[in-house]
Ligand binder design. Structure first.
Ligand code: AMP
Length: 608
């Protein structure tokens, strides 16, 4: 079936052609023609990624009467993100229909602005149940004349505890309307919702659970529970170009894994329900723009995050519900690309994995956690590729070439390459030197892991370095750069050899990580110091980077685009030497300059 054959108006066909839609997805094939020609209610089992928004959005726009002033369609969805995403999609589909308006209303945002929008009129309202209910109670939203009611991600709305609001809203809708219920899963609550609120509904299920699911390979790694985190790092190191969501089970686990992962130098952040809306927006924005390579998230928080290019989904913790696994893994392998869904399990979880295999009808392939040699080789060639592909700033570099050649005089090409590679690579080689085997070996289903292996296994903790993230009220506006910051630390800390981690210079303030043992010393020493007329204020950031940053949303990494090519951040690494007069632009006289911070290098990974 083609879009032309569905009976959609030419204005809509033109808009979706502009969006690059060539043919309807399976769910669109089934819903669009049904909705255009029938008033019967509909229940669709479909997940994000199947094209479900267009499946209900296109026929609703098509059938909307532009002569009627009242709201004709109410779309209810679980989160603000999804609400905004649906609105964005509806705006695009209705681009060529003059006067068509979709109004988003959701909690956690200024209600007066939303009231103003509602007063100015629109044909479709998309909202979260709490806010919609509130607006109806206050008689600011009138849904007594709606012709279509759409419940999107109905299962998720129930999981999030919106049952009461949904009941209240649904009881105020007119009898004569068409209700469409979309849900990724069909628990009993959804079945009873269908029985209570829908009449004679046809039920459809998209044959393929997800448009991209066919392109997803399912891998698992079997390790001891205590080695999960180490395994995650090895996976991340083994796929240096990955762009992934790492799913954890709880908010606490998400926070803990993310904090450790960031402290270990990975380009990641956390997304969970303890963050404020602004913080979640900020993290999601950075992930969407590929400023973050990995997002550590809970299932609920990751809802509504529509990213089509994930290379990996990593199940740090396996979900209890097989449907949740299917949903997670369906986030990769979209838009014709292939993807990998990785699950880290321990021996006890094998039974659950088998259950998921059975329900999803996907074959899981056991992969061995890569060892040090394998990872180092991967990283080496990744580095060489980056060197080969880096953009060269010929005009800036040309003038230094004679001097550089002079310095290398007497060294062979091989030697020079070895030096360059070692500079970047020694840290990794050191880290993975004698790396132990993390794989649990199974014999006839029994763990045959030897006692010796276990004894050797206590590598977590130990002399691991802990970083504390600090905030300082100076940034680019004060001409502070990474080297200058290291210079200041150098100057004011009473101790030498303080390890410095990630540095993030923003416009009026900055963040940096410092060995936790020196946090207090440094805060005491630098607080209230006056530098170039500016009174320094410095303190500990209690939580993730995201939580501290929404005050300056305009933050963009410099140095161009991709998560591997960004700048601004970076690892100063290194120990400090020497002291200088304090100034913000101090080049530090230390390793900050050497290590390429501020030059657009991607953040370095510190292996602790
Ligand atoms: P959804 O399941 O609504 O979240 O859609 C997933 C993604 O698929 C979105 O980025 C849509 O813009 C895109 N999409 C939806 N329908 C089509 C189609 N027929 N052809 C190509 N892309 C589509």
């Amino acid at each position: 079936m083609t879009f032309e054959e569905t009976g959609l108006k030419p204005e809509i066909l033109k808009a979706i052609a502009e969006m690059g839609f060539e043919n309807p997805t399976p769910i669109q094939e089934q819903t669009i023609s049904h909705l255009i020609s029938s008033k019967q209610d509909l229940v669709a089992l479909a997940q994000t990624g199947t094209g479900k928004t267009a499946a209900f959005g296109l026929p609703v726009i098509n059938n909307t009467s532009m002569e009627i002033r009242e709201v004709q369609t109410l779309i209810l969805c679980p989160t603000r993100e999804l609400c905004l995403q649906i609105t964005r999609d509806m705006d695009k589909y209705s681009k060529f229909i003059l006067g068509f308006r979709t109004i988003p209303v959701y909690g956690g945002a200024d209600i007066t602005k939303q009231i103003r929008e509602l007063k100015s009129g629109g044909q479709v309202v998309v909202g979260t149940p709490g806010r919609v209910h509130d607006l109806i109670r206050r008689k600011l939203l009138n849904i007594s004349a709606i012709r279509w009611l759409i419940l999107d991600e109905a299962d998720e709305m129930l999981t999030m505890g919106f049952k009461e609001e949904l009941d209240a809203i649904l009881s105020t809708t007119p009898k004569e309307k068409q209700t469409l219920l979309f849900s990724a899963t069909m628990p009993t609550e959804i079945a009873s919702m269908k029985a209570n609120y829908l009449h004679d509904a046809i039920e459809i299920s998209v044959g393929k659970r997800n448009a991209g699911a066919e392109n997803v390979d399912h891998h698992y790694y079997m390790v001891h529970a205590k080695d999960k985190y180490e395994t995650l790092k090895r996976i991340a190191d083994n796929y240096p170009d990955c762009y992934a969501i790492v799913f954890c089970r709880t908010r606490m686990e998400t926070r803990e894994v993310a904090e450790q992962f960031m402290a270990d130098g990975y380009n990641a952040d956390a997304l969970h329900g303890d963050l404020s809306q602004a913080q979640r927006d900020y993290v999601m924005g950075r992930f969407r723009n590929k400023q973050l390579q990995m997002l550590i998230a809970t299932d609920v928080a990751a809802r509504g995050l529509d990213v089509t290019e994930l290379t990996h989904v990593i199940n740090y913790s396996m979900p209890d519900d097989p449907e949740v696994y299917i949903h997670r893994s369906g986030r990769t392998g979209r838009a014709g690309k292939s993807g990998i869904s990785v699950t880290i399990i321990n021996l006890k979880e094998m039974g659950r994995l088998k259950q998921i295999e059975k329900i999803s009808r996907k074959k899981f392939e056991r992969k061995m956690v890569p060892g040090g040699d394998e990872i180092c080789e991967k990283q080496l060639f990744h580095l060489i590729d980056r060197v080969k592909n880096v953009e060269i700033n010929a005009t800036q570099i040309e003038k230094y070439i004679p001097q550089i050649l002079e310095k290398f005089e007497g060294m062979s090409q091989d030697d020079i390459i070895k030096h360059f590679v070692s500079l970047e690579f020694n840290q990794l080689l050191d880290y993975y030197k004698n790396a132990r085997d993390l794989n649990v070996r199974t014999e006839g289903g029994r763990d045959s892991f030897s006692r010796n292996d276990r004894d050797r296994g206590s590598d977590r903790g130990g002399d691991r370095l802990n970083f504390t993230k600090l905030f300082i009220n100076a940034g680019k506006k004060q001409n502070l750069n990474a080297s200058g910051l290291i210079g200041l630390i150098n100057q004011y800390s009473s101790r030498r050899n303080v390890e410095i981690g990630k540095i993030d210079i923003q416009r009026k303030f900055s963040f940096f990580e410092v060995d936790s043992n020196f946090e207090k010393d440094l805060v005491n020493a630098l607080n209230n110091v006056v530098i170039e007329g500016h009174v320094i204020s410095i303190g500990k950031v209690e939580s993730t980077a995201a939580e501290a940053q929404p005050r300056e949303n305009t933050f963009r990494r410099e140095g161009g685009g991709g998560y591997n090519g960004g700048g601004g951040g970076g690892y100063a690494g290194g120990r400090r030497e020497g002291r200088r007069e304090p100034s913000f632009s101090d080049r530090g006289g230390d390793r900050g300059g050497d290590r390429g911070v501020d030059r657009g290098d991607r953040p370095r990974r510190r292996r602790n």
